[in-house]
Design a protein around this ligand. Sequence first.
Ligand code: F0G
Length: 448
Amino acid sequence: MKTIIEPFRIKSVEPLRKRTPEERSRLIRNAGFNLFLLNAEDILIDLLTDSGTSAMSTNQWAAMMRGDESYAGSESFLRLKRAVEDLTGFKHVIPAHQGRAAERILFSVMCRSGHVVPNNAHFDTTRANIEFTGARAVDLMRSEAADTQARLPFKGDMDLEALEGLIESEGRERIPLILCTVTNNSGGGQPVSMANLEGISAIARRHSIPFYLDACRFAENAWFIRQREPGYENASPREIARKMFALADGCTFSAKKDAFANIGGFLCTNNDSLARQEKDLLILTEGFPTYGGLAGRDLEAIAVGLTEVLDPGYLEYRIASTSYLGRHIADHGVPIVEPPGGHAIYIDAARMLPQIPRHEFPAQSLAVELYRHAGIRSVEIGSVMFGDHAKNELLRLAIPRRVYTQSHIDYVVEAILEVAARKDSLQGYRIVEQPHFLRHFSCRFEPV
Ligand code: F0G
C-alpha cells in the first residue's frame, strides 16, 4: 500500500482550546505581537518548535517509572550512557539539562576571545554561547543554498573550500573546533551528506582541529542520507547514524528533538582532558556527572527515545508528513525553502510579501496573521532572530514529533492558503522594546 500512516495509535489525549479571531486579535496585541509572549492555552496548533514538544511513547513513560534518582552512580545514567555509547561510539557522555547547557560547557572550555568557530550554520543559542566567550561564530554554507528555491538534495552541506580558506586566513591555532549542525536548522532543516561530513572530518584531522557535531536531529539527517545519497539505500538509520558520529570527535545534543524527550541533552567527547574540565564545570552549574541537571527518569526517557527514533517506520512517516505540509502549500504558490526539510517547513516570507521590506520583518507579519486567522503559532527565523546575520526572512512551521495528525496538518495547509490569498493586505512591524541578547524571545512590536 502506498498510504503512509501515523505509526502509532493514541492512548492519552489533550484537548485543544479554540479562541475566536477577535479574541486572538486582542491577545496578540497584548503580547506586543510577539508569539513567544502568548499563553499556550490561547494557541490551537503550536508549531513554534519541535523542541521538547514530542509525545512520549508508552515505553518511555514505563521507563520513567524505573528512574533511579540516586545522586551519584544512578542506574538510569548507566542505561543512558550505554545507549549513547552504542549509538555514537564516543568515550565520555556528559548529561546536561538541554542542548544549550552542553554548548555552554563545551565552549567555555574550548573557546577564548580571538577564536573563530566555523559551522555550516549556527543555531541562535549556539552562536550566542560562542560569542559569550568572546569567540566569533562563522557560518559556511555553500552559496547555492542561499537560493531558497534551489532543490538540492543536501542543502545543509558546508562549503569545504571556504572552510579550508578560513583555516588558512585565521590560522589553525585560532580555530578551537569545527562544528557541523545536522540537520541545518537555521537554513531550512536541510540535511548534510555523509560525503560532506567525511570532507569536514578529513580537513579537521589534517589540521588537528577537533570536529564536533551539533547532533540534535541526527536521525532525520540519517534518513535523508538513506533516501538521497548513493550507497546508503540499504543501510539502516542506526548504521548511518553510527557512521556520522564516527567521523567526529564529539557532539552536543539536545534530547528535546530526536530523542522525543521533553527535557535533556548531553555533551560527548573522546578527549580525556576536556572531559575532566567539562565535568568540573558541570558540577558547578548543572549537577553531578551522573545526572547533569536532570532527574533519573529524564535520563530513562532519553535512553529509550534514542532507540525509538531510529525505527525506519517512524522516520519514513516523519519525513513524509513534513514533506506533505510543504508540498501542499508550495504547489499552490506559497514559496517555501525547497526541498521540504526534516523537522519543519520554512516559508520564504520576503518572496511571499515583497511589499514588506526586510527591516519591517515580513516573516513576523506572516506569523502574526497566521495566529490571528487560525490560532497557529509559528516562529520568525530572519532579521528579528538573527539581526544583520540573517540571510533570509523565513517563517518556520516546526512539527512536534508524534503530536499532530494529518487532519491537523490539513487545517494548517488550509489556513496558510487562506492567508496567502490576501497576502497583499499584510503590513510590516517595527520593534519598540528589546533586550541585549536573543531579542526574539522577548521584544515587542507594533504595526508600521
Ligand atoms: N542546536 C540546534 C541546531 C538547535 O536547533 C537547538 C534548539 C539547540 C542547539 C539548543 O538546544 O533548546 O535543547 O537548548 N533549537 C530549538 C528550536 C529551540 O526551536 O529550533 P536546546
